[in-house]
Design a protein. Structure first.
Lengths: 301, 375
């Protein structure tokens, strides 16, 4: 039983990160019907920028560990958000009127440019976050020692997701984003600046991905330029699992994928971990082709 | 008209290419992971070969011919490697050094063999690579059956009873895990309590470690690569899992300690060909000095040094066989090259192209993160 709870916390910690990255996929897909394959690399970029800022500004030494990390997170999110906007301008806006396939190819190209750009700037070697920025202590939950960092990761992910959900549901800009997701043409007729909405989406999604990158760097301690691929793939799966285009779906999908992976590996087979996760994905898609929380959208003719 | 022009252009290119080869240059290819997950290995392989070629050219070349290193990127990926090997075989290379991963090398073996190009692998230790009867295939690294033997022997010597074996499903890691397992099950008082694979390239191995901890091993033999080994050590410490880990030779990399952290890496054992710093030979000392002078740090990876050895045996063979024909070079390497003073010890090849001799050593990580050669 203890092992079961241990595995559950393992799954939740990984799932929280998947969910945070999945939000970026799902937001872009919701508004533009485009899979932003470069999203995994924006995640990587977040962890590299985090390391650069951490070592150059020495924030954690000047204003304390926790405040320093929060300031760092805000900086990283802002920077990655700007890169996201630039990416949209350079790689997607010129193709907005083209067939959807062209934009997907452009996304794959952007992914390669970003990951190899990171390699050229930072080098191919593993880079390392300084150790023990945040205290590596454990907190007993139901008699189980859970590392503080894992709790912070999960809580931070949940808080950010909740904030995003409220932003989308309660604010005017959020309403505009939802309107553009339903019908861009009609939204434009209602006086919504769709270009601005798309820019917002490309700022928020990558910013969340960047925050996830920073958390991965801080917790696991090492980063390299290819790590976005695995996380991107898993998060993409999570977004589909929950219903792509749907924000609560991405959160549910991410956390569920993490837990399925963890329990599947623990009780069925370790080597088949990914196969089990994808098998569950297929099962869910057979029963609910739109994903867990996805709505059935009529095909536009 | 356009077609004729392109044809003429192509002919021109082909003829200039062959003039080069027949003239004053010997081209030696390097196939390595310049990008991708093992890019640091490949880039250091290139640094080593560039340095060695520079030294040879400064000293007048091989029998008066200058050496040119032509590097191609295999990205640590079998499909990319197949393309890289095809590109190299059209560029008049005499021999190709590389590559690192066994599955990657395997994808290119027949391509080089059909083009009659010597291939000297530097990090591919999977047994079956040299069991195919390929005349032009050599390797400067030892084989996994030898490594498995040393691993089993080490586990026995350290008197562990319940052994967990963990691999990552790559040709190399799985092969080594199977070799070690086959030897260990023969021992009466040793029990294999865990045998499974992880997925390389991930960041979080807590699930695996929790499961591993539940099987209560005295020791874990991990046959995969250093990035995963480092993460395993780091996360096992956090989990309060205290069983010691022994790694295969792919865990030998200074970054292992950086990934794991000094405290977590302490008392990690691994098997490896000796590091350059542990070789008293004059060749190794002067090579390390030259490398430091040119690049500002000492070589990190033993595989880069083994690639250097691959390059040096090819140069030696061309020099002494006085030929750049593959058959002559292969014949020289198979039969005449004995106890060549390599950077990683003396080198001879058997009829399969495998390196002969006792290469593996056992290392332990000390409290400061240094790799200490075990007696």
């Amino acid at each position: 039983m203890e092992q079961f709870f241990q595995q559950l916390t393992n799954g939740l910690a990984v799932g929280g990160i998947y969910a945070l990255i999945a939000l970026g996929y799902t937001m872009v897909y919701g508004v533009m019907k485009l899979i932003n394959f470069a999203h995994g690399d924006l995640f990587t970029l977040g962890s590299y920028l985090g390391l650069s800022l951490l070592t150059s500004l020495a924030l954690t030494e000047n204003i304390g560990a926790f405040m320093g990390v929060i300031a760092l997170a805000i900086l990283v999110m802002a920077l990655v958000g700007i890169v996201g906007v630039v990416l949209e301008r350079a790689a997607y806006r010129p193709l907005r009127e083209s067939p959807r396939l062209s934009a997907v190819v452009s996304a794959l190209g952007a992914s390669i440019v970003l990951s190899n750009g990171i390699m050229l700037i930072y080098g191919a070697k593993y880079l390392f976050y300084p150790q023990n920025i945040l205290p590596s202590m454990t907190i007993p939950i139901f008699g189980l020692p859970v590392p503080l960092m894992r709790i912070i990761i999960l809580v931070t992910s949940l808080v950010m997701m909740a904030a995003l959900y409220l932003f989308i549901q309660k604010t005017t800009i959020g309403t505009a984003i939802r309107a553009a997701a339903i019908d861009q043409g009609a939204a434009r007729l209602m006086g919504i600046n769709v270009d601005m909405v798309i820019m917002m989406v490309f700022m928020i999604g990558p910013a969340l991905g960047g925050a996830a990158g920073l958390m991965v760097g801080l917790y696991y301690g090492n980063i390299n330029f290819t790590m976005g691929w695995v996380y991107g793939l898993k998060a993409f799966t999570a977004a589909i699992l929950g219903g792509i285009g749907n924000i609560p779906g991405a959160m549910v999908g991410g956390i569920l994928l993490g837990v399925i992976e963890s329990l599947g590996a623990a009780y069925i087979s370790l080597a088949w971990k990914d196969a089990i996760a994808f098998f569950v994905l297929i099962l869910i898609l057979i029963v609910r082709p739109t994903g867990l929380l996805g709505e059935r959208v009529a095909e536009k003719v | 008209m356009k077609r004729i022009f392109i044809l003429a252009l192509a002919l021109c290119l082909i003829s200039t290419g062959s003039v080069f080869a027949a003239g004053k240059t010997v081209r030696i290819g390097l196939m390595g992971p310049m990008t991708g997950p093992w890019a640091s290995e490949g880039q250091e392989m290139k640094q080593v070969l560039d340095l060695l070629a520079e030294d040879i050219n400064k000293a007048g070349g091989i029998n008066g011919m200058q050496v040119e290193v032509i590097a191609e990127d295999d990205a640590g990926d079998p499909r990319t490697a197949a393309l890289a090997s095809q590109r190299l075989s059209t560029r008049d290379v005499v021999a190709v050094v590389g590559t690192y991963g066994s599955s990657v090398t395997e994808a290119t073996q027949t391509i080089y063999d059909e083009s009659e190009i010597i291939q000297v692998a530097n990090g591919s230790t999977a047994v079956r690579l040299s069991e195919k009867g390929l005349n032009f295939f050599f390797r400067t690294c030892p084989r996994d059956d030898e490594q498995g033997r040393v691993a089993a022997q080490t586990i026995k010597k350290l008197a562990y009873k319940n052994v967990a074996i963990l691999h990552d499903n790559t040709t190399y890691a799985k092969g080594l895990a199977n070799e070690a397992k086959a030897l260990l099950v023969k021992e009466k008082d040793i029990k294999i309590v865990f045998f499974d694979a992880l997925t390389p390239g991930e960041r979080d191995y807590n699930t695996l470690l929790t499961k591993l901890k539940g099987s209560k091993p005295d020791v874990v033999f991990f046959t995969g690569y250093y990035p995963e080994a480092g993460l395993l050590l780091r996360q096992k410490r956090e989990l309060g899992f205290t069983a010691p880990f022994i790694g295969g030779d792919a865990t030998n990399h200074p970054d292992l300690v950086k990934i794991a952290g000094v405290e977590a890496a302490k008392d990690f054992y691994f098997l490896s060909a000796p590091l350059p710093k542990d070789l008293p030979s004059a060749e190794a000392t002067s090579f390390v000095k030259g490398f430091e002078a040119k690049y500002g740090n000492s070589p990190n990876s033993i595989y880069a040094v083994l690639a250097g050895d691959g390059f040096r045996v090819v140069v030696e063979a061309i020099k002494n066989a006085k030929s750049v024909k593959s058959n002559d070079i292969a014949k020289y390497l198979h039969t005449k090259l004995t106890d060549f003073p390599g950077l990683t010890g003396t080198i001879s090849f058997n009829e399969k192209g495998d390196r002969v001799g006792d290469v593996y050593r056992v290392y332990r990580v000390d409290a400061a993160g240094n790799f200490i050669l075990q007696p």
